[in-house]
Design a protein around this ligand. Sequence first.
Ligand code: NDP
Length: 327
Amino acid sequence: MFKSLLLSQSNDKVSAQITEMDESKLPEGDVLVKVDYSTLNYKDGLVLNGLGGLVRNYPHIGGIDFAGTVESSDHKDFKPGDKVVLTGWRVGEAHWGGYSQKARVNGDWLVPLPEGLTPRQAMAVGTAGFTAMLGVMALEDHGLTPDQGEVLVTGAAGGVGSVAAAILAKLGYSVAGSTGRADTHDYLRDMGVTTIIDRSELNEPSKRPLEKERWAGCIDAVGGTTLARALAQMQYGASVAAIGLAGGNKLDTTVIPFLLRGVNLLGIDSVMCPTAKRLRAWQRIATDLPMEKLENMTSEAKLQDLPQLGKDILAGNVRGRVVVDIA
Ligand code: NDP
């Protein structure tokens, strides 16, 4: 027997309960993993609260990420004792996820624990940090270099934003971070942000399609008006990595930044990201994310804390990253 945080639905309301499970209840899959750590992402907040239409069938086990040890495997790439990490592939949404001491999954979704990272560190990174790395890689692929000027990170005190800021600073970029929380300024400076922008500067619609050219690149976790404003403020030829929608999924903009300034809007998806790119991103994380900064942005929780944390993250009240000690 092992413990899982089981979500049930009744009268359209989703509730969570720690439940004793046995392996026979786990879904089909070719690898059984003993989960050591999971984490909390914005999407986990949606699932924990039954929002976003992400979960179709209940009972359900959330947790879009986990790190652990293979217990049994019929998959050619994994054997008992291997340390593994899972992010994405709709685990925790369409499939049962990591808020459970054991998980059975399709081995194709697993990657080996990246060299140099512990399972706890891998979950401190989690989908949020992994996607931040994908965003940085996309900006680099489109020509960004540190000499070009400041890179804007929106939603900077959140999970994606904190990891993006720490990576960019380590790579030698000047980082501007926008935040709505005044009490995070010292924290953001510690992450490597040198210019702090108040969120309100970006969440009012612009009166003009083009503003002063300001940013050499942008990692955007917020979407909505913030993304529209960032597009209007990009330098000639610069790129925005669109990662999130914490501030809204509508994009009300004009094509002018694309046509007159050659601005690029780069979509970033972590869920179906091909394995070769995943492995590259994890390798980059191991080398380009300072582990002491990762530790400073990370707090620790247990399974029983998740229902409250799920509400906190949707309210924008979680700072940095949260690891969930499952073992
Ligand atoms: P967090 O809640 O940790 O971070 C989001 C941050 O956005 C908050 O901390 C806050 O930053 C800011 N924010 C929240 N609400 C608003 C608002 N109304 N207006 C402006 N800013 C706001 O979430 P994550 O970092 O885990 O995820 C960020 C976003 O990225 C989410 O939308 C998530 O769904 C998306 N995402 C997408 C992925 C992909 O594959 N494309 C993968 C991972 C995440 P501050 O307090 O500094 O203002």
